[in-house]
Write a protein that binds this ligand. Structure first.
Ligand SMILES: Cc1ncc(COP(=O)(O)O)c(C=O)c1O
Length: 386
């Protein structure tokens, strides 16, 4: 099915709902039945019938169908946040005594899940520099049940070769999962390269308007059915129908937003790469990026998130640079309409003491939907002041 057809039509059965062109929000926790037999029958496949909204809800199901199709997956599940989706996908593929090989710098709470939470249940993780598939191969143990990827990651943007990782995993009978939030389903579809499970923080590009949290997990019917009957129903971290409606609306413009943010970002990155106060730009779709060729192979674009190292000697200079920026809000997260900056200096006190290994010279930017020339002018005056 075409991308356009998926975001505009798939899953929306208008004739059921007064031919309303926007799908209704079915704000009901449960659904009634006319006969014992009907309920008996529906209980045999709760994931695909409407019984109780923690299981399946008509509005949430529209989003579920659309995201599964965008990723080329047989099925998907929609969660109340990205980390709920990540936790469910990981828990669904490990048991006590198992081992995971994971990328060395995953999203912070994913890292906490591997480092602090899973060891309580006898699951261990080896973190590797997965830019080289050999490092992944060397870390595999007889009890490895999952390889966890995040390509690119969302701070320094290291990539993994998805095809090579999938081939390696299949040779060992290991499940592969990837956090695909950075690229969105518009710019990267990991299942095509042989990855088993694709996860998104839908809070980012899928919603795209910074007004709702969400997560999705996409994969085969077998993997999703198993997850539904266990982590999905038991942990219960589901999305509300209201938030699903916001996400469906957000998805309508996914392509437009991704193209706009990428175009603006490329312009801004090109400006930054020529500024004398910028030491390095980290952006997978810049020809200066170390893994540019791999990015071009497995992604069709890179969106609006990148980092720069500025030529700074003291932490106070980072504070001063940020204070000059007028058009960028300082905030975590990304993927919405608004441009953002996240200075690593936030992890340093004013005398320069660090509680992080990230240098204070690093600033992560997210480019929203504003006029890029306007953002460049703002960056220029702030950089010139250093
Ligand atoms: C790369 C990445 N994955 C996952 C998450 C978690 O998503 P959520 O905040 O929706 O739980 C985030 C959130 O910032 C993220 O940046």
């Amino acid at each position: 099915m075409d991308f356009d057809d998926i975001i505009n039509h798939l899953g929306e059965e208008r004739s059921k709902y007064f031919n309303a062109v926007a799908p209704p929000i079915i704000q009901s926790s449960n659904f009634a039945f006319d006969s014992l037999n009907e309920l008996r029958h529906k209980l045999t496949d709760e994931a695909n019938h409407y019984i109780y909204t923690r299981g399946n809800n008509p509005t949430v199901e529209i989003l579920r169908k659309k995201v599964a199709a965008l990723e080329g997956a047989e099925d998907a599940l929609v969660f109340g946040s990205g980390i709920a989706a990540i936790a469910a996908a990981i828990l669904s593929n490990v048991k006590a005594g198992d081992h995971i090989v994971a990328v060395e710098k995953p999203y912070g709470w994913t890292n906490a899940l591997f480092s602090k939470f899973l060891p309580r249940f006898g699951v261990t993780t080896t973190f590797v520099d997965a830019r080289e598939v050999d490092n992944v191969a060397k870390a595999i143990q007889p009890n490895t049940s999952l390889i966890y990827l995040e390509s690119p990651n969302s701070l320094t943007f290291e990539l993994q070769d998805l095809e090579a990782c999938a081939i390696l995993a299949k040779q060992h009978g290991i499940v592969t999962a990837i956090d695909n939030s950075y690229a969105s389903p518009f710019y990267q579809q990991p299942l095509k390269w042989g990855i088993d499970i694709v996860i998104h923080s839908a809070t980012k590009y899928i919603n795209g308007h910074s007004d709702a949290l969400g997560g999705v997990v996409c994969g085969s019917k077998a993997l999703i059915n198993r997850m539904f009957s266990n982590e999905y129903m038991i942990l219960g971290a589901v999305m509300s129908p209201h938030d699903a409606a916001l996400m469906i609306r957000g998805l309508r413009t996914l392509e437009l937003r991704m193209r706009r943010t990428q175009e603006s970002t490329e312009k801004i990155v090109a400006f930054l790469e020529t500024h004398p106060k910028v030491k390095q730009v980290l952006y997978p779709f810049s020809p200066t990026f170390a893994q540019y060729e791999l990015a071009k192979k497995q992604m069709t674009g890179a969106g609006g998130l990148f980092s720069v190292h500025l030529d700074l000697e003291r932490v106070e200079q980072a504070d001063a640079f940020f204070a000059r920026l007028e058009k960028f809000a300082m905030a975590v997260s990304w993927g919405g309409h608004e441009s953002l900056v996240m200075p690593s200096a936030v992890f340093y006190n004013i005398t320069g003491r660090a509680n992080s290994t990230i240098p204070f010279t690093l600033f992560r930017f997210y480019i929203g939907l504003e006029n890029p020339d306007w953002l460049i002018a703002d960056l220029k005056q702030a950089l010139d002041s250093i």
